[in-house]
Write a protein that binds this ligand. Structure first.
Ligand code: 5GP
Ligand code: ZN
Length: 134
């Protein structure tokens, strides 16, 4: 897509600090990292979001996340693997990508989601999900 920052990075129009490249994927360092070594895994083909992505590419991304996680664990203590899917979930760049975020024991922030309760409606939600999965 012509106005997509990640497409421009892939086409070499915007510089990036690349750590990996294959036929289908690139991985480069996030310019505003949660921690140093924060890496973005990006398919070369533009997909707006998780739902529109090719499942084979997603499988490749997951395998690469495992490798990058192992690599960053040489200098950190844990990792978060995250896809922010759609603006409501914090997706800013609408070129689907995966974050590999290095974590350190002494810098133990948490993703601060609320821990809500169900009001006797847990089965309602499980039924909604199961129905869609059929
Ligand atoms: P999102 O919220 O869409 O999942 O995350 C987008 C990420 O891309 C952010 O963490 C942001 O720091 C990173 N980012 C935005 N623009 C650029 C850029 O031009 N280069 C690189 N390397 N990262 C970027
Ligand atoms: Zn794009």
């Amino acid at each position: 897509m012509s106005d997509c920052i990640f497409c421009k990075i892939i086409q070499g129009e915007i510089p990036s600090t690349k750590v990996f490249e294959s036929k289908d994927l690139v991985a480069f360092l996030d310019i505003m990292p949660a921690n140093k070594g924060h890496t973005l895994i990006v398919p070369k083909k533009h997909f707006d979001d998780l739902e529109s992505a090719d499942p084979k590419i997603l499988a490749e991304m997951t395998k690469l996340a495992q490798k990058i996680s192992k690599a960053v664990l040489e200098f950190c203590d844990g990792t978060n693997i995250v896809i922010n899917n759609k603006p409501a979930a914090g997706q800013i760049i609408n070129h689907m990508h995966m974050h590999v975020i290095p974590r350190h024991s002494e810098n133990n922030f948490k993703f601060d989601w609320p821990h809500r309760k169900y009001e006797d409606d847990i089965n309602l939600y499980s039924e909604k999900i199961k129905k869609s999965l059929q």
